[in-house]
Design a protein. Structure first.
Length: 527
């Protein structure tokens, strides 16, 4: 390496760390003009692309870096992470395993590389493996709050709630303004009148001006006030934080109405046969509104010895968008529905199955529990005509309130409706109408299960559910608390306990704020 390239390289690293991307880019291009085989220049260009959310360009640049410097653990771990973020879990697993094989090198590698591998495994849903790498990362460097936060998340998903609590508390001790960690900590429960963080959280809520930060703290305060049974305060912080965040969105319920209308029009007029797709009966999809018992149903089915729980996969929707070739910024919209006529559905079904192979293939069937796959039911059955789809139906008020109370992935457009009770109600009604259509069109493939019936009569309801999935009954299916598989959803705590009906009627806690919701429901749902 020449002295000039060495200087340019150091300048690029410094600029990149300071987020001076244009300056870093200029330095790196200067390096490549002198030495087109300088691997780290490609890698750092990839990090610039990644910072701008251009995952595919980042992947190509990291691959170029890896070609000139094979088996560099930093490059391999970043390839794994970026493939995972791009929902190519098969390639992500390939590169993660390549890095993990170099056990001797990993012991001496940087904490960042270890954390990166943890993130890759976590994104793939392989949380036990993720925990291992996060633990190694904090052992090498116990001064980085991000590493402890990542460790806490995967420990929570694997059911180690005490370990997760310690990791989140460590995060906050190092970075008191790590607002996401405050929200994560309160999600673990264990709060009481004598053990809460309300004073500290209210100070944060008053101080922060960022909408995302207010959202995290608002949800944390709501949970803590719910423990105190002060639901007026809980609603105040939820409503205030959500309204602040909603101002950032260019969201209208009319967009969702247009989407649902396009789906109904498409499938009412489309007489496509369900024998043209990919021939496999492996997938079972659990769908519905979020927070309606989808995780509970997934745990019942995946407790069966012939079934693997694959988690909440975005694979089908993203592949559908890719094959529809629309350029809108929403994964599914009216234009993408219209463009579906150009899709080869057999190829879509095959591509979907192949995309799941980082986790599936060891058992006869697997469960994909992405709730809003309910939007794709007709397309799923064109691509995978032997698929079984289980849809949750829950009390409307419990559904609406639980969606409003939930802190979904921030800036995920799927859930924009949930920032306001009125739009959540409208979205629920759209969902109910669509679910009714799917049941009418696909009675052999689409099964509606009622949450209240399930938790009040679990054995009988679970037997019918398992029969629908073309599986023999196994008594263990209702023992969901014995299911040790990771749970990366908001129900991570609840499903570690036996099936119970404690969540039925939770809406009553917020009854004082539901008059308009009740009026809309009464006028739109036949009695």
């Amino acid at each position: 390496m020449s002295s000039e390239i060495k200087v340019l390289h150091q300048q690029a690293l410094k600029a990149l760390n300071q987020r001076l991307y244009q300056q870093a880019h200029q330095n790196l291009i200067s390096i490549l003009q002198q030495d087109k085989y300088f691997a780290d220049a490609y890698f750092l260009l990839a990090m610039i692309a990644s910072a701008h959310q251009n995952l595919k360009k980042a992947i190509e640049l990291i691959k170029q870096a890896n070609a000139y410097d094979p088996n560099n653990l930093e490059y391999l771990s970043q390839l794994a992470k970026h493939y995972a973020l791009d929902n190519n879990h098969v390639q992500a697993l390939h590169f993660a395993e390549l890095a993990a094989k170099n056990e001797n090198k990993l012991h001496a590698t940087s904490s960042l590389t270890l954390d990166t591998l943890g993130v890759a495994y976590s994104q793939m849903g392989l949380h036990e493996k993720a925990v291992s790498f996060f633990e190694k990362a904090v052992a090498v460097n116990d001064k980085n709050p991000n590493y402890f936060f990542n460790l806490g998340a995967s420990l929570k998903f694997t059911g180690d709630f005490d370990g997760a609590k310690k990791a989140y508390e460590k995060t906050i001790s190092m970075a008191p303004n790590y607002y996401k960690a405050h929200a994560a900590l309160t999600s673990l429960g264990g709060l009481s009148v004598d053990s809460n963080h309300i004073s500290q959280l209210e100070q944060h809520f008053a101080q922060t001006q960022q909408a995302d930060d207010k959202l995290y703290i608002g949800h944390a305060l709501a949970r803590e006030y719910e423990v105190l049974k002060d639901f007026d305060k809980a609603f105040y912080y939820l409503d205030t934080a959500k309204k602040r965040k909603l101002l950032q969105f260019e969201y209208s319920i009319d967009d969702d109405k247009a989407l649902f209308k396009s789906l109904e029009s498409h499938f009412k007029s489309d007489n496509s046969s369900l024998d043209q797709g990919f021939d496999t009966d492996e997938p079972i999809f659990v769908v519905g509104m979020p927070r309606t018992g989808t995780t509970l149903v997934e745990r019942i089915i995946s407790q069966h010895s012939e079934v693997t729980g694959a988690g909440e996969l975005q694979h089908f929707g993203l592949l559908f968008k890719l094959m529809a070739r629309t350029t809108s910024n929403r994964v599914i919209d009216a234009d993408t529905v219209a463009a579906s006529k150009n899709i080869n559905f057999e190829a879509l079904g095959k591509a979907y199955i192949e995309s799941t192979r980082a986790i599936t293939g060891e058992t006869a069937k697997f469960v994909d529990k992405m709730p809003l796959n309910v939007l794709y039911v007709g397309f799923i059955l064109q691509a995978l005509p032997k698929a079984k789809i289980v849809c949750l139906d829950r009390n409307p008020l419990d559904t609406i309130v639980s969606n409003f109370r939930q802190l979904f992935a921030v800036n995920q457009s799927y859930y924009s409706y949930s920032y306001d009770l009125e739009t959540t109600t409208e979205f629920y009604l759209l969902f109910k109408q669509l679910a009714t259509l799917w049941l009418k069109l696909y009675p052999d493939n689409f099964y509606l299960i009622n949450y209240e019936k399930l938790v009040n009569d679990p054995v009988n309801e679970a037997q019918q559910l398992i029969e629908f999935c073309n599986l023999p009954w196994q008594e263990q299916c209702v023992n969901i608390h014995q299911n040790s598989a990771p749970v990366a959803t908001a129900s991570a705590l609840q499903v570690r306990s036996p099936i119970n009906n404690r969540s039925v009627g939770n809406w009553k806690k917020y009854d004082a704020y539901l008059d308009s919701v009740k009026e809309v429901l009464a006028s739109r749902i036949p009695s």
